[in-house]
Each structure stands twice: as structure tokens, then as C-alpha cells.
Design a protein around this ligand. Structure first.
Ligand code: PLP
Length: 410
């Protein structure tokens, strides 16, 4: 085993913390990196593993960034975010959720990911339990563990990828402290129906359970579905909901690392204290550059993204229906299909036994040049996540290859 200085065969001189062994690196980036490495070697890969829109950011966002680079905004900012951005966000969140939030109930963070982490550290004590829908984005469970708490998976594969009160209640113990809700969902694309969200919220309120509400894809909902906010659905729920949002997905600026959180002032203040000792503040220039987006001046960009995604969604749905051995519950938001490949497990593909979803993903990469993320990265064996946030011609090419290779399953 290599030691901490990379010398193979030598025992490490000093050990790492126990905490660091609780988690491994993000599994979703593993597939993406493998596809990128193959592509760099000249292999034609259709990358259905992307977790971000393929669009260039809005030109006004980019010109605002250039403009702020020349302005005098290069110092530390207020820990919680520049006042103008917090004000704009408070207004935006209030308008979209239907629940009034003030700037002091909003914190700007280094991506939604850091907001989620700060929330886990503030809401959970060692040994507490947190309910997490499964399949789900792996970071939730990792962060709960890092906070010293215990993630408790709530199966949703047989309930349309939407958690039910019955199942939550069956898993509730005196240690249950928090429930994670992520809608529209990564990896399933499910949008929780408002009446189910209301039942769950009433249940959480009754039992004194925090709701960590990740709505990073909240503006990417297809027609026919409605994104609702739990605090708007149940009287008194505002006190238990910590809402997480992001510019990453809707405005195609994943690399800028700007997310935000809203919730009760005491929670936000505790998170701000933590942020003051960890990242200090989000990069000053990008905070300024995102002001027009936060103020709603670029909402046409998000509307256009929805239109494009709707079109691509139709292409994927049609192609999957014509593909042997694969199926999918029709997603209503985000930009993912969670493809059920369980029928292939135990069969062979071009002579190789498909023992699990990971093997299937490897074979698809090798034989068809298409990268999909194995469902095991999200806790669901035998599924594959397909992201359609890539160009239409690539989607069409990739799905044609997928159909052809799946015809060779025996
Ligand atoms: N929440 C969910 C459900 C996600 O899928 C992602 C990214 O994939 C994030 C949060 C992270 O967003 P950000 O880029 O703002 O950290």
C-alpha cells in the first residue's frame, strides 16, 4: 500500500483521520472522467454522463463578469454574500416559492454543495439519523456521514421515485433529525407532486424533523409538472425547511461555484458563522456578475433552456421506447432519465456476462462509445443515469448506437 508520500510498500508514518475514511470521491465524476480521458485519446465518445447544461452562459452574464473584473470588487466580501445579491436572491426565492424570505434569511455559498454541507454541520449531531431518498445523489449521504450522523436510505424505486409518508414513518426512530428532499431529482428526474410534498412536510412538522430541501433543478421543470416549495404547502413549515438553490444548473455556470441557501434566520446565522471560518465568502467578481441573473433579468435564458430540454427529452423518450431490454419512468424535470437496465443483468452482451450495472456501463463505453453513469453511484443497482444536457446530434448518435448494441444482448 502506498504511504502518504506515495512510496509503495511502506507503511504510512502517520494516519489520516477516521473521518476521511468514511467517504470516497464522487462516483459521478468517475464516469465522466473516464469518458473525458477516452475522448482525449481520440475515441469518439457520446457523453451522457454530464451533470451540467452544454449551453454557453448568457452573454450578459459573461459581459457582467468582464465588467466586474475591471471594477474595484476584488476584496473580501460580506461573509453571507454581497448585500445586493442577497437582496435579489431573497426576492427571487420569495417570488418562486411563494414564501417571503428576507436577505438575512439568505446566504450565498460556494455552490449548492457547500450550502448542503454547512446545513448538515449545523442541523445534525453525532449519531443523529437523516432520511435520504434512494436512489439519490451520493453527496447527501457522504455529507451526512462527515457530520457524524447516519444516513438512512428510503427506497423509492417502487414508488415512482417519490418517497411516501408510510415508508418514512416506518424508518423513523427517536434519532431521526433530518429528511433530505431533492426535487426535481438527480438522478431520476422525478418532480415530487405538491400533494405528496405537502403530506411529507406535515409529517416532518408533526415529528420535529428538519427538511433539507434541494431545489437546484427547480427551474428546470417540464410542462405538466409543478415544482412546489414545502414551506408554501403547510402552515408553520417555514421553521423546519432549509432550502438549497444554485446558479450552476439554470444559468450554465457550474464552474463558477455559486449556490445559496434560505431558511430560518437562526440556521442561516449558524451557517454563516461556519462559512466565516471555512471559505470566508464566495469569489467577489462572480457574485457581482450574477446580479442580473438573480434579479430575473435573464430569465429568458432559463425559459429557452427549458424549451431545448423539452425537445431533447422527447427524442430520448422515443428512442428508449424502441430500445430492447431498457425502460424508464418518464422524468418531469432536471435533465436526466434513470434507465432501468435490470433486465440485462445475468445476460450477455457481445459475449460478456453482465453481472451488474457497472459492467453494463463499461460495455456500453467500450462497444458503443457511450458514457452513462451506473445507478450504483446513486444507490440503485441495475440502473443507468442518462443525461440529455448535450447537443441534439450527439443525443441522436448515441441513442442509435445504444439501440444497436442492445440488440446484441442474449
Ligand atoms: N444538488 C444536486 C441534486 C445536484 O445534482 C448537484 C450537482 O450535480 C448539486 C446539488 C451541486 O450543485 P452546485 O454546482 O451548485 O454545487
Amino acid at each position: 500500500m502506498p504511504d502518504q508520500h506515495g512510496d509503495p510498500g511502506r507503511e504510512p508514518l502517520l494516519r489520516l483521520s477516521r473521518r476521511s475514511s468514511l467517504i470516497s470521491g464522487s462516483k459521478t465524476s468517475g464516469t465522466r472522467n473516464k469518458a473525458e480521458a477516452l475522448r482525449a485519446r481520440g475515441v469518439d465518445i457520446v457523453n451522457f454522463a454530464a451533470g451540467e447544461l452544454d449551453f454557453a452562459p448568457h452573454p450578459e452574464v459573461l459581459s457582467a463578469l468582464r465588467h466586474t473584473a475591471d471594477a474595484d470588487v476584488h476584496r473580501y466580501t460580506d461573509t453571507g454574500g454581497i448585500p445586493a445579491l442577497r437582496e435579489a436572491l431573497a426576492e427571487r426565492i420569495s417570488r418562486l416559492s411563494g414564501v417571503a424570505y428576507t436577505p438575512s434569511e439568505v446566504l450565498v455559498t460556494a455552490g449548492a454543495k457547500h450550502a448542503l454541507y454547512l446545513a448538515c454541520l449545523v442541523l445534525l449531531d453525532s449519531g443523529d439519523e437523516a432520511l435520504v431518498p434512494n436512489p439519490g445523489w451520493g453527496t447527501f449521504q457522504a455529507q451526512i456521514k462527515l457530520a457524524g450522523a447516519v444516513p438512512v436510505p428510503v427506497e423509492t424505486a417502487d414508488t415512482g421515485f417519490v418517497p411516501t409518508v408510510e415508508r418514512l414513518d416506518a424508518l423513523r426512530t427517536p434519532r431521526t433529525r433530518m429528511l433530505v428532499l431533492n426535487t426535481p431529482n438527480n438522478p431520476t428526474g422525478a418532480v415530487y407532486p405538491p400533494h405528496v410534498l405537502a403530506e411529507i412536510t406535515a409529517w416532518a412538522r408533526q415529528h420535529g424533523v428538519w427538511i433539507l430541501f434541494d431545489e437546484c433543478y427547480g427551474e428546470l421543470v417540464l410542462p405538466g409538472a409543478r415544482h412546489a416549495h414545502p414551506a408554501a404547502l403547510v402552515d408553520g413549515a417555514r421553521e423546519l425547511v432549509v432550502g438549497i438553490g444554485s446558479f450552476s444548473k439554470s444559468f450554465a455556470v457550474t464552474g463558477w461555484r455559486v449556490g445559496h441557501v434560505h431558511g430560518p434566520a437562526a440556521v442561516i446565522s449558524a451557517m454563516k458563522n461556519l462559512q466565516s471560518h471555512t471559505t470566508s465568502n464566495v469569489t467577489s467578481v462572480v457574485q457581482h456578475a450574477l446580479l442580473p441573473a438573480a434579479r430575473g433579468e435573464l430569465d429568458d435564458f432559463v425559459a429557452e433552456a427549458r424549451q431545448v430540454l423539452l425537445h431533447r427529452h422527447g427524442i430520448v423518450e422515443k428512442a428508449l421506447a424502441a430500445t430492447a431490454h431498457l425502460s424508464a419512468t418518464t422524468p418531469q424535470g432536471a435533465f436526466y432519465f434513470f434507465v432501468d437496465g435490470r433486465d440485462v443483468i445475468g445476460r450477455t452482451l457481445r459475449g460478456v456476462e453482465v453481472t451488474d450495472g457497472g459492467v453494463l456501463a463499461e460495455l456500453l463505453l467500450e462497444h458503443a462509445g457511450i458514457a452513462l453513469t451506473p445507478g450504483s453511484a446513486f444507490g440503485s443497482e441495475g440502473f443507468l443515469r442518462l443525461s440529455y444536457a448535450i447537443a441534439e446530434d450527439r443525443i441522436t448518435a448515441g441513442l442509435t448506437r445504444l439501440r444497436e448494441v442492445m440488440d446484441d444482448v442474449r
